[in-house]
Design a protein around this ligand. Structure first.
Ligand SMILES: NC(=O)c1ccc[n+]([C@@H]2O[C@H](COP(=O)([O-])OP(=O)(O)OC[C@H]3O[C@@H](n4cnc5c(N)ncnc54)[C@H](O)[C@@H]3O)[C@@H](O)[C@H]2O)c1
Length: 312
């Protein structure tokens, strides 16, 4: 089971390197190096849409505020990667009045960004002018030394994506750059001309290092993980081979249903006639496996702004 991948290297025997992210599990499975069945919890709807999106939407601001005390209204922000984590970060910063741009490699996510009202740019095009850069890609070296050299004085750089790979922090440990620890988890990296780049959490995950993470979201993720373990443990041997599996949809729905009571949310039950019409079992699953549960930052922001009273 993995939701971020810390256990992956344990399950591979022949691969001693630190591996991460479910994509690695799929690579190992394809290469025949996976020694046990694995459950990819990261891509369960109840993990991805809540931990990655809603959790990061809240904890990005907490992490930025606690470390910098900066006002983010009007600040130029670039969010690298418009996946689930990126969408959460963008929504939070846009709601604060930041001017948010995104970078993407995937045309579909880039187009989603356009529809949600964000400019899609290359980091190298804007890096000279921006105030804040946040990485959310799961990739490596998304922010390079060459780009760090071109940033303006006071630019804040942080990572919300994977581990410590996204910002090339090692490239800043050179003799001409001075590091000054200004408070816990905040370093000023000083160039010979006096320019300072503000690096948060030394490029590790900002929210896990510098903020709290909402326990409600952790409860959803932990429930998903626990159910995945129970399923792997209880399943007959023939059900799962040395491969990577997604949690059955019905369990995802069960995790969500367990958390509805917190909001006093009341589900509507299908009538027999409606269930037959839709071709569904009345007890679920309610969606096919390919259903995407899209979330639109734009719709949400329209909703939020329409809830403000009109000006007299
Ligand atoms: N900070 C947290 O609390 C937290 C929570 C959940 C997940 N994560 C981590 O965040 C990372 C992203 O998760 P996600 O669910 O958003 O994944 P995702 O796959 O939905 O999104 C990542 C996006 O980055 C894009 N991308 C990849 N390389 C890029 C590059 N060089 N430049 C620009 N865009 C690029 C991809 O096309 C993709 O759209 C993962 O490593 C995940 O483990 C962090």
């Amino acid at each position: 089971m993995t939701s971020g991948g810390a256990l992956t290297s344990v399950s591979t025997q022949r691969d001693g390197s630190q591996t991460w992210y479910p994509v690695k599990l799929y690579q190992l499975s394809k290469a025949g190096k996976l020694c046990v069945p694995a459950m990819n919890v990261n891509d369960s709807v109840t993990k991805q849409k809540f931990d990655n999106l809603y959790c990061c939407r809240e904890s990005i601001l907490d992490g930025l505020k606690r470390t910098t005390d900066v006002m983010f209204g009007g600040k130029q922000v670039v969010v690298c990667g418009y996946g689930e984590v990126g969408k959460g970060c963008c929504a939070a910063l846009k709601a604060l009045g930041s001017v948010v741009c995104i970078t993407e490699i995937d045309p579909i996510c880039a187009l989603q960004g356009c529809m949600d009202g964000f400019r899609v740019v290359k980091l190298s095009e804007v890096v000279r002018h921006v105030d804040v850069i946040i990485t959310c890609t799961g990739n490596k070296n998304v922010v390079t030394r060459e780009q760090l050299d071109r940033m303006k004085n006071g630019c804040i750089v942080c990572n919300m994506g994977h581990s410590n790979t996204e910002i090339d922090v090692a490239s800043m440990r050179t003799p001409e750059l001075t590091w000054e620890r200004v408070r816990s988890q905040v370093d000023h990296v000083i160039w010979p001309d006096g320019k300072r780049v503000i690096l948060l959490a030394e490029g590790r995950l900002l929210n896990l290092s510098c903020s709290t993470v909402p326990t409600f979201v952790l409860s959803i993720t932990a429930t998903t993980q626990a159910l995945a373990l129970i399923e792997l443990y209880n399943a007959p041997e023939s059900r799962y081979k040395q491969d990577v599996y997604l949690l059955p949809k019905k369990m995802d729905e069960y995790v969500a249903s367990l958390h509805l009571a917190t909001f006093d949310a009341h589900l509507t039950e299908l009538s027999d006639e409606q269930a037959k019409y839709l071709g569904l079992n009345k007890n679920g699953p309610f969606k096919p496996n390919y259903y995407r549960y899209y979330w639109s930052a734009r719709l949400e922001m329209q909703f939020n702004s329409s809830s403000f009273p009109p000006l007299a």
